[in-house]
Design a protein. Structure first.
Length: 87
């Protein structure tokens, strides 16, 4: 594949790096340690089944859903757009 000035394999390295960073980010967000009995955000009890299924869980389902919505990352665009390159 012709890549212009980039060395051979550079595109695949960027793809691999992006995937590796996404995996590391996802792993770092996994809960660890002992699960809480009560949600740290709203103090509602966390069901036993949830605590057993997710070791280290700290939020109830509704608070976790809200936190997930807030923390949706757009990711990293390594290529950029033509507009960003012209600025």
């Amino acid at each position: 594949m012709a890549t212009g000035w980039a060395r051979e394999g550079a595109v695949q390295e960027q793809i691999d790096d992006t995937v590796d960073e996404a995996v590391q980010r996802a792993r770092s967000q996994l809960p660890r340690g002992e699960s809480l009995q009560f949600c740290e955000a709203c103090d509602e009890p966390i069901p036993e089944a949830r605590r057993q299924a997710l070791p280290g869980v700290r939020l109830c389902v509704s608070c976790q859903s809200a936190a997930d919505q807030q923390s949706k990352a757009s990711g990293i665009n390594r290529r950029g757009s033509k507009d960003s390159q012209l600025r």
